[in-house]
Design a protein around this ligand. Structure first.
Ligand code: PMP
Ligand code: GLN
Length: 380
């Protein structure tokens, strides 16, 4: 067989979690909580399964869940989204992203990515026979140079991908960023794919600015979300995509033959849980506490921390600890020799950055974060 993705190996999240398991390391690599999700959500899942909701859900998603998503968006952004024609429930954000990319890109098209970029984006583009065009965010603050983005637009460009808040840089867009993006998209008639899975994880009093609340972007964007993040249930793999009706109609043509429909009892459970705003508000404070719990231990161990503005990740410069190692070697060494797993940041880049960085996930119980800190204290 001729590989469609000759340069793509196994995702770093699988690699590092396997290494952590093999060596009994505390796993701060792949992003997932190690504490239980809300008991009410589990009860709702159990009730849905017992009530017999165990057959196919409607292709676009359970109507009750799409209605609950529309109600959430109305409350959150004061916008009106048509649950019937503009929302599709997906098998996590990963499938929403892949489907949106497959919907838009033809062979030979180009899509602009901002590096560091989440690891599924470029392979999803390449699988369409399209070309990812990587623009690096500026160092050290990970700001977007929109003039550079516009300079990368060619007659083949169809799509700009953004991830706000950004995994792994943690940076959060300002409203001026969205205005600049909208101006470029309008000038060159481009579509936008906005990965907003960390919309509720924004720290230090900052605001999340969604493309859905920006009328010019709303008209030309696919926006993707994940209940795995919002409800601490990454294993459920339920997310959704919001896009104008004309885009959603094309999106569903692909969606119906990728998965047809997604897990039915989980959709029932999430529909019930989502209806209560307290279940998705207050996440920023919850995770900011965890961020602030992990940080002193990393600093005391000799890491230099970059600001963590959003997401549940912390970037750390390890050059004062092992300047001789590249980030992949450092992450392996830290996992095998010191029992703490992290993610090397160069995997999110086309062109590895100069700074020596690893990413730690702090979506963990306090005792896990403390145990990791203790293990790291031998480093300094
Ligand atoms: N986008 C980003 C930026 C992510 O960090 C993740 C990982 N959780 C996803 C998409 C995928 O989300 P899901 O697990 O819902 O497929
Ligand atoms: N999004 C998670 C992370 O960044 C991982 C998801 C996955 O393993 N595919 O760590």
């Amino acid at each position: 067989i001729q590989s469609k993705l000759p340069e793509v190996g196994t995702t770093i999240f699988t690699v590092m979690s396997a290494l952590a398991n093999e060596h009994g390391a505390i796993n701060l690599s792949q992003g997932f909580p190690d504490y239980p999700c809300d008991a009410g959500l589990l009860d709702a899942l159990n009730r849905a399964a017992q009530a017999g909701y165990n057959q196919y859900a409607p292709m676009a998603g359970l109507p009750a869940l799409r209605a609950a998503i529309a109600a959430k968006l109305a409350l959150q952004h004061g916008i009106s989204v048509d649950a019937e024609t503009e929302i599709t429930v997906t098998a996590g954000a990963t499938q929403a992203l892949f489907t949106a990319i497959a919907t838009v890109l033809h062979a030979g098209d180009e899509a602009i990515l901002l590096d560091p970029s989440y690891d599924s984006y470029a392979p999803s583009i390449l699988a369409q026979g399209a070309k990812p065009v990587h623009i690096a965010l500026s160092a050290p603050d990970f700001a977007v140079d929109w003039a550079l983005v516009e300079a990368a637009v060619t007659p083949h460009t169809r799509l700009i991908l953004i991830n706000n808040p950004n995994n792994p840089s943690t940076s959060v867009f300002s409203s001026a960023d969205l205005d600049a993006l909208a101006a470029i998209a309008e000038r060159h008639d481009l579509l936008v794919l906005a990965d907003e899975v960390y919309e509720h994880l924004v720290f230090d009093g900052q605001q999340h600015h969604s493309v859905l609340a920006h009328p010019a972007l709303r008209a030309r964007s696919f926006a993707t979300y994940s209940f795995g993040k919002t409800f601490h249930a990454t294993g459920w793999k339920i997310g959704y995509c919001v896009a104008p009706a004309a885009l959603t109609s094309e999106f569903r043509k692909i969606h119906q033959f990728l998965v047809f429909a997604v897990n039915s009892p989980a959709q029932h459970a999430i529909a019930a849980h989502l209806a209560e705003p307290a279940h998705w508000q207050g996440l920023s404070a919850f995770f900011q506490r965890k961020r602030d719990l992990l940080a002193p231990g990393l600093q005391a161990a000799g890491f230099t921390l970059l600001p963590s503005a959003g997401t549940y990740f912390q970037l750390a410069d390890y050059s004062a600890i092992r300047d001789d190692l590249d980030d992949v070697a450092f992450a392996r060494w830290l996992c095998i020799e010191h029992g703490v797993a992290s993610i090397p940041v160069s995997v999110f880049y086309r062109q590895a950055p100069a700074q020596k960085l690893v990413r730690f996930c702090f979506a963990k119980q306090e005792q896990t974060l403390q145990a990791a800190s203790e293990r790291l204290q031998v480093l300094h």
